[in-house]
Design a protein around this ligand. Structure first.
Ligand SMILES: [Ca+2]
Ligand SMILES: [Ca+2]
Length: 266
């Protein structure tokens, strides 16, 4: 746009550790230029977007965990930054950028001032995780520990190191062993119109794990606690492994959209 002047509004905000705003590249911005706040672009902050083109519809927050240092994590999409407690930065040959290492004993992140996607609202949580340690790995936790009101995403050791979501007195778990020392994108989807924990879909590396383990329970996630990564508010079995990135959507992602997320971020 040299020599030209343009004004437009956008509700899109993309930032990284070194750049303020991505523009153009392979990204379809047409649907993004429809928002609320006016911004001005100058030559110092325009560059071709070269990051992953992850699905953005309904994207509330994502944390690429690529800072590599410091005591906080930055929400690339929204404003839900987090504080790191004891987890340590690492690099990993299986992931671009940095990751966070959790040692299984009180290493966690708290998203200060955010109680997550709650009630019966549709949602999708996706997390890049790697571990070779069989245990219950409490990955994401919020809500309240009363029937139907909890929202804990974890690994279920007793049922074969499988992905599991539970809401206090209800749970759903898969059948694919994900604790094999390899990176996996673990995705938990609660659909629009869903009412109970068995309405979730669980995906491992964008493939549906159709097992329905556990007992059903109607779901109504409480707003009582801030979101934790790496431990539960109520249980032991803190995460022991590496988290590469986390994504939160306030809608149901389809298999094909999860496939895009996987392909863009693997
Ligand atoms: Ca520790
Ligand atoms: Ca990362």
């Amino acid at each position: 746009m040299p020599g030209e002047s343009h004004r437009f509004t956008t509700n899109r905000r993309l930032k990284s550790n070194t750049k303020e705003l991505g523009w153009g590249g392979g990204r379809d911005w047409q649907s993004d230029i429809d928002g609320n706040s006016e911004i001005e672009i100058n030559s110092g902050s325009v560059f071709p977007w070269d990051g992953p083109n992850i699905p953005t519809e309904g994207l509330v927050s994502y944390w690429d965990l690529n800072a590599g240092s410091g005591n906080s994590i930055t929400d690339i999409e929204g404003s839900h930054d987090g504080s790191i407690h004891n987890a340590t930065w690492a690099t990993d040959s299986g992931r671009d950028g940095s990751v966070l290492q959790f040692d299984g004993g009180n290493d966690y992140i708290v998203l200060n001032g955010w109680s997550g996607i709650t009630g019966t609202h549709p949602r999708t949580w996706a997390i890049w995780f790697k571990s070779g340690s069989s245990r219950d790995h409490r990955l994401i936790s919020y809500g309240a520990n009363t029937t139907g009101n909890k929202y804990d995403i974890r690994i279920d050791d007793a049922n074969g190191d499988v992905l599991r979501v539970e809401n206090a007195s209800g749970q759903k778990y898969g059948s694919v062993d994900v604790i094999d020392g390899q990176w996996h994108l673990l995705t938990v989807v609660f659909p629009s119109g869903g009412s109970a924990v068995h309405d979730h879909s669980l995906y491992v590396d964008a493939t549906l794990d159709s097992n329905t383990g556990g007992g059903n329970q109607s779901l109504n996630t409480a707003t009582s606690t801030n979101v934790f990564f790496g431990k539960s508010h109520w249980h032991g079995d803190d995460t022991k492994g590496r988290i590469g990135a986390v994504y939160a959507y306030d809608r149901e992602l389809s298999q094909s959209t999860i496939q895009t997320l996987y392909d863009e971020t693997k």
